[in-house]
Design a binder for this molecule. Structure first.
Ligand code: SF4
Length: 462
């Protein structure tokens, strides 16, 4: 069942006071993995007879699916919890739960500081949400934060309708980058069996999805923990054969796990997107060492060469952290030069802030905020310049675009993604006025004729 089918006023449910008991309001913070975890929770709750509602006033249970990667996401959740206190006093039957990374990281502190919170559920235990809620009825308060494995169908999710579905294939991370809270909040790496991934992909195609994006913290490490020779390259080959699947993508990769086997497979399989999100984080070996990234600048540049030798049009996307402890002007200049050398198709730039419980939080946060800010602005404007130049070079080119639906900023346009994941927009009706909505979910040839910094515009090749 899809989430829209879960949003009702749930009049048939037995009521506690004026609010039906088995109604849930859920708010999600953070990354794609969290969005997917929410979809999994909704699937399990739906099977157990729960209904999703879109306001707290109509909910018997309020759930926050939390993120710990940056402080502001945690601060928002603390604010939400504080605001619920009077509501819980007025309506004691209201149950309040926290799940996700913050629940995993701060279980004891949350229980102590927020006595009105009933349920704290970690990053693996949420698949048992209905059972935990039954336990809550018996015991009054429940905390469940043990790490588990990928098991059977419990990880299937409900999804918003659309062209693309995200499918988690691995969870956790075995790297210990010194700034990152993920190994603490999501535990050790574990992969989902390929046959279970394939079953889910087949079901998604039956439901009308045409593109699948495989998701994992270090998705290119897929298979290592299965001990049966599984690799991401083999999984791509297997899924590529599923009838009806038009495009296959994966995010996010660690530079150390990008094998030649994976690059060869990407280059060979026509329905695999020529797109790699591989965070470089920084261009200075000294800082990469302090970050615990386990590769050098040269290793990264060699990866870029290996990828482009096989796929000249591959789109590379990176993340950067500026202002890591001890980052000097010279270190930053090396990040700038890495960006100049590679010319990424896209880049996310973050200012470093220490996260409690990570190794780097013990280093002095010694780059002043204004310097971090200036470095952040510098990298972003460089990226905008590179992207504008790249986009201008696309004018006249034809891209095979998987059409996703109407453009969010202009109803008169359709938008979609190229094989390299470029965002491409074109008119929703032809010059003869004919509607083109039937193209949603299919691949259409679009000739690019103009561009802005982030978007390419074109028209359908007829
Ligand atoms: S690879 Fe590093 S940054 Fe990425 S999730 Fe693992 S520890 Fe965090």
């Amino acid at each position: 069942m899809r989430p829209d089918a879960l949003v009702t006023d749930a009049l048939d449910e037995p009521a506690i006071g004026a609010v039906p008991a088995k109604t849930v309001y859920i708010e999600t913070f953070g990354c794609q993995m969290n969005i997917n975890d929410t979809e999994v929770v909704l699937a399990r709750l739906s099977e157990a007879g729960w209904t999703r509602v879109d306001s707290i006033d109509a909910a018997g249970l309020v759930l926050y699916n939390t993120c710990s990667v940056r402080d502001n996401a945690e601060a928002k959740v603390r604010g939400r919890l504080g605001a619920l206190k009077p509501m819980k006093r007025a309506r004691p039957s209201l149950r309040i739960g926290i799940m996700g990374c913050m629940a995993q990281r701060e279980k004891d502190a949350l229980l102590k500081n927020y006595p009105h919170v009933d349920l704290v559920v970690g990053t693996d235990q949420f698949v048992h949400m209905p059972q935990l809620l039954e336990r809550l009825d018996e015991t009054g308060r429940v905390a469940a934060t043990d790490f588990g494995d990928f098991e059977d169908r419990a990880w299937d999710a409900v999804r918003e309708p659309g062209a693309n579905a995200y499918v988690p294939v691995m969870r956790g991370c075995n790297y210990n980058c010194t700034y990152c809270i993920v190994p603490t909040t999501r535990g050790r790496e574990k992969s989902r069996k390929p046959e279970l991934v394939e079953e889910e992909v087949r079901r998604l195609i039956d439901q009308g999805f045409v593109q699948v994006t495989l998701v994992g913290q270090t998705v290119d490490a897929y298979g290592k923990t299965l001990g049966d020779g599984s690799t991401l390259a083999k999984l791509l080959r297997r899924l590529h054969e599923v009838p009806g699947l038009k495009r296959l993508r994966f995010i996010t990769s660690h530079p150390k796990d990008i094998t030649d086997e994976l690059l060869d497979t990407m280059a060979e399989l026509p329905r695999v997107a020529k797109h790699l999100h591989v965070p470089a984080q920084c261009g200075s070996d000294r800082i990469l060492r302090l970050m615990g990234r386990r590769y050098t600048r040269d290793d990264y540049l060699r990866f870029v060469e290996r990828a482009r030798a096989r796929m000249p049009d591959v789109e590379l996307l990176s993340d950067f952290i500026v202002g890591f402890p001890r980052e000097s002007d010279d270190d930053f200049a090396q990040t700038v030069s890495l960006m100049e050398q590679v010319r990424f198709g896209g880049a996310y730039v973050f200012m470093y802030s220490p996260r409690p419980g990570t190794p780097s939080s013990h280093l002095p946060d010694d780059v002043p905020h204004e310097v971090k800010n200036a470095r952040c602005t510098h990298l972003l404007s460089l990226q905008v310049k590179h992207q504008a130049e790249f986009n201008s070079a696309q004018h006249g080119r034809i891209h095979q675009v998987l059409v996703e639906g109407p453009s969010k900023s202009d109803e008169a346009m359709l938008h979609g993604r190229s094989l390299g994941n470029l965002n491409i927009v074109f008119p929703r009706s032809g010059s003869d006025g004919a509607d083109r909505d039937h193209l949603v979910g299919s691949i259409a040839p679009i000739r690019i004729d103009r561009s802005t910094g982030l978007t390419l515009f074109g028209d359908l090749l007829t």
